[in-house]
Design a protein around this ligand. Structure first.
Ligand code: SOE
Length: 378
């Protein structure tokens, strides 16, 4: 049994716990949250024996092999560093850290400690996203000529909506580009196989003053009327990026959390010389395949029709759609088979992936500051 300690039970922690409860050979030993009530709730819901408020209880427990870091950005570096130093394997939420320097330190330390690392870029684990990547890799799309997409949400679209993500002290230098942009650029790299070479970023804070509630609020929570104070927002709630891939292909991406009606609406379109692919999170089981000289196709997620390399991610018979929790489970399956050492030939998101994402983020922020194209460090 691989023993796990999980830290942070806000929005994403319980999603991790759900996936962990469906994995064989893995047992969550301890759950930590600074809010004891949340830690207890999660322990009861997921049948975990131990819970507490001090993450060091997990770090110093020699029985725990893997730490899941589900805390806000501000704590990613410290907790992950402590866990690696104690010889643990770590699966972290994104972004890997608040700064590139910290991210680099974590990559170096994890290599030194030979830790198995993972980062929760779960959108690439929808079966048809895997399929799209496999097809592009086999050359079915021909040359990748252009990439475009977006990520829109509405949970911060009112001035009474609040999240720690809006504070520089909690989030780092970016809200949405780090939070949603990192997922999307992970898809670009994973599907096309190409790195982002240069970027031009345009960021904005569409709601500059917000009512920060005095009480703690979780992601997606509707706050409404409650005691609050007016706060000038420091970070962006809109982000638009023009970019070029290393093969020269141009692309564009826009994200915002202030789009009424858009919930977790992300999508990506890849235009190749032979055909096009498009995936939309609202219909996450469908892959649209576009042709010039014959009718377009829709491939529904299907363990019989998909490429052999992606079948393991389409875990139900055709017509039984997987969802967000299953995408996370697919990621965890790959991660834990790496921890067990049973499978080695996987393109998994690890700390290096998180580090590369931070390089893109840094370049976008610098580009916006200087109002010019900036190369992504290689
Ligand atoms: C908030 O924007 C958030 O919870 C992200 O942090 C997640 O990564 C995304 O899956 C849903 O939205």
């Amino acid at each position: 049994m691989i023993k796990v300690g999980l830290i942070g039970t806000g929005y994403i922690g319980p999603i991790h716990l759900d996936a962990l409860s469906r994995l064989s050979g893995v047992k969550v030993k301890t759950i930590i949250d600074v809010n004891e009530k949340l830690a207890k709730q999660a322990a009861v819901r997921f049948n975990v024996d131990n819970y507490g408020t001090d993450y060091r209880d997990i770090i110093k427990d020699p029985e725990i092999d893997v730490v899941h870091n589900c805390t806000p950005n501000k704590y990613h570096f410290r907790i992950t560093k402590n866990a690696l130093e104690a010889g643990k394997n770590v699966l972290s939420e994104k972004p890997l850290a608040m700064t590139l320097k910290e991210a680099e330190e974590l990559v170096d330390l994890s290599e030194k400690k030979r830790a198995v690392t993972g980062i929760d870029f779960c959108y690439r684990y929808y079966p048809v996203v895997q399929e799209m990547a496999a097809r592009v890799k086999h050359g079915d799309a021909g040359t990748v000529r252009m990439v475009t997409g977006s990520y829109f949400q509405d949970w911060l679209s009112m001035e009474t909506d609040w999240s720690w993500r809006l504070l520089r002290s909690e989030s780092g230098e970016s809200n949405i580009t780090a939070d949603l942009g990192s997922h999307w650029f992970d898809l670009v790299r994973f599907i096309t196989g190409f790195k982002v070479k240069e970027v031009f970023g345009d960021l904005a804070t569409i709601i500059p003053v917000r009512k920060k509630p005095k009480k703690q609020v979780l992601a997606f929570e509707k706050v409404g009327k409650t005691e609050s104070e007016d706060i000038e927002v420091e970070l962006e709630d809109y982000s638009s990026v023009l970019f070029h891939l290393e093969n020269g292909a141009p692309g564009s991406f826009t994200a915002s959390q202030v789009c009424p009606g858009r919930k977790s609406d992300t999508g990506i379109e890849i235009y190749g010389s032979k055909c096009s692919y498009a995936w939309d999170h609202k219909e996450s089981n469908k892959l649209w395949i576009g042709h010039r000289e014959k009718p377009n196709e829709i491939l529904m997620e299907d363990p019989v029709l998909q490429d052999p390399s992606t079948i393991k991610y389409a875990t139900l018979p055709a017509g039984h759609p997987l969802g967000y929790r299953d995408a996370v489970l697919n990621l965890f399956r790959d991660y834990y088979s790496a921890v067990e050492g049973t499978e080695t030939d996987m393109e998994r998101p690890a700390f290096l992936t998180g580090y590369d994402e931070m390089k893109i983020l840094n370049a976008i922020l610098e580009s916006f500051r200087k109002s010019k194209w900036v190369e992504v460090d290689d």
